[in-house]
Design a protein around this ligand. Structure first.
Ligand code: TYD
Ligand code: MG
Length: 450
């Protein structure tokens, strides 16, 4: 029998409320709470895992370890971020802002995979998908089945009939199921359709990749609730107006979350970036306010260019703006430079930019950020062919980096860096020929460069 009740969900963070409110008390967003009528028909509301028909306990020795075998996506970056390929029966959510390249990434992976793939598309028509496949140079592929459908009760029987080895869903926000009355894209629809995919994946052992749009704030819109339900959450980031994209794992039940994938958006789809340091344009050392930093993201070490602009404020309150780095981290570095290195920034606007549209989380970039800031403040370029690698502590000390310093040094030498500034406490096993390592204690020593 149908049973229905009124439930209120915040469309931003997915929190369930018992009554309507103007502001969500959890995420503090206004006008995001909407009423969703959830009716439960004969079928039980989707639990994360289906109830087994016959309960049976297992010994570890009874379990077939072979089921842990992974399926390659034929995309080296995607495989690495997943922890070595797709795990049978796993559900992966790929989040990212509209236009960043999620559909491109998964369509090209689907076309290259040596498996029968079902590509469920609620976003684009078959003709549009065909055009994209042609652009990717793979429209002759006949292993990928396109299903332009958004109704779960139509999709699932089709999947059961075709028995694909991998399923891609573009996107979870477009789907709707009969078991919930609210509109597609609402929290209860997203939760229920995802639960149905999870059930399908676990029952059939088919890996399912779900695309989900995220909002500007970096929250997977509405389906934040999904993060807890799925096995793996990947995020595709970058600036849609730049060429480079980073793929990160935010959660991974089958691997670590340190690995990243780097891509370049080209006219023929997303190409893996083999040499990340190639991203840097090579203007460093010529203009004031630019510094090269060596960072490690996951197992990759590469150089990034930081650009700073410190200029007198026009308005009463000085502005601090950052692209590609943590704003709070910039505030911290500015406070340390004021207190420990005698800079006076209260009358200045500060802009910081990581070039290439990359977003860096590694704090090893702190020293390069500080160097770029001082260089702009002094309006003096930094010496050419130098790089920086070190975290900055609150007392103004330069701290050693936790990533793979050896690989970072090799990468630095490879791109022609002659001198690198690191923490006095940095442990280094070997230093490549032609690279001079300078060990510093305090961030104020940056002034020695001018
Ligand atoms: P898309 O995959 O549609 O983004 P999403 O699914 O995340 O919304 O693609 C985003 C952009 O990529 C789009 O503006 C066009 C561009 N693009 C290329 O530059 N090269 C290509 O080969 C393809 C297929 C797309
Ligand atoms: Mg898309």
């Amino acid at each position: 029998m149908a049973k229905s009740g009124k439930i209120y969900y915040c469309q931003n963070c997915g929190t369930r409320h018992t009554q309507w409110m103007g502001q969500c008390p959890v995420c503090k967003q206004w006008n995001t709470i909407v009423e969703e009528v959830v009716s439960r028909r004969d079928v039980k509301k989707g639990a994360a895992a289906p109830a087994p028909k016959r309960v049976r306990t297992l010994r570890l020795t009874d379990i077939d370890g072979q089921s842990g075998r992974r399926l390659t996506t034929s995309d080296s970056e995607l495989d690495t971020v997943l922890g070595g390929g797709l795990v049978p029966g796993s559900v992966t959510l790929l989040g990212g802002e509209p236009g960043i390249g999620k559909s491109t990434l998964l369509l090209q992976a689907a076309l290259r995979m040596p498996y029968k793939v079902l590509y469920v598309s609620g976003e684009e028509s078959p003709a549009q998908i065909k055009m994209r496949a042609r652009r990717l140079g793979m429209d002759e592929n006949n292993r990928v089945l396109i299903l332009p459908e958004t109704h779960m009760q139509t999709i699932l029987p089709e999947a059961q009939r075709e028995q694909p080895q991998v399923i891609v869903v573009d996107s979870i926000q477009t789907l709707h199921t009969d078991y919930v009355d609210s509109s597609p894209g609402s929290v209860s629809q997203i939760r229920e359709t995802a639960a149905e995919w999870i059930r399908y994946a676990k029952e059939t052992g088919t890996p399912v990749l779900l695309i989900g749009h995220i909002t500007k704030e970096g929250v997977i819109a509405g389906p934040k609730v999904l993060e807890h339900m799925v096995d793996t959450v990947l995020q595709f980031e970058g600036d849609r107006y730049h060429r480079f994209r980073i793929l990160r794992a935010l959660k991974n039940r089958y691997g670590n979350t340190r690995e990243i994938g780097l891509y370049e958006m080209t006219a023929k789809g997303l190409e893996p970036v083999q040499n990340p340091s190639g991203i840097i344009p090579g203007t460093h050392g010529e203009a004031s306010g630019t510094a090269l930093g060596m960072v490690s993201e996951g197992v990759r070490s590469f150089a990034v260019e930081t650009q700073a602009l410190v200029s007198p404020s026009v308005y009463g309150t000085p502005q601090r703006s950052v692209t590609g780095y943590d704003l709070k981290r910039l505030h911290m570095i500015l406070a340390v430079l004021e207190k420990r290195a005698g800079m006076r920034l209260l009358q200045n606007d500060v802009f910081l930019n990581i070039t290439g549209g990359l977003r860096i989380t590694d704090t090893a970039l702190d020293l390069a950020v500080a160097a770029a800031l001082i260089s702009s403040y002094e309006d003096e370029p930094l010496p050419p062919d130098t790089a920086f690698m070190g975290e900055i502590g609150l007392t103004g000390e330069i701290r050693p980096v936790s990533g793979d310093a050896r690989q970072a040094l090799h990468e630095a030498a490879k791109i022609g860096i002659r001198k690198i500034y690191v923490s006095a406490h940095q442990s280094l096993e070997s230093v490549p020929d032609g690279l001079e390592v300078v060990r510093w204690m305090k961030v104020s020593q940056l002034y020695h460069l001018f």
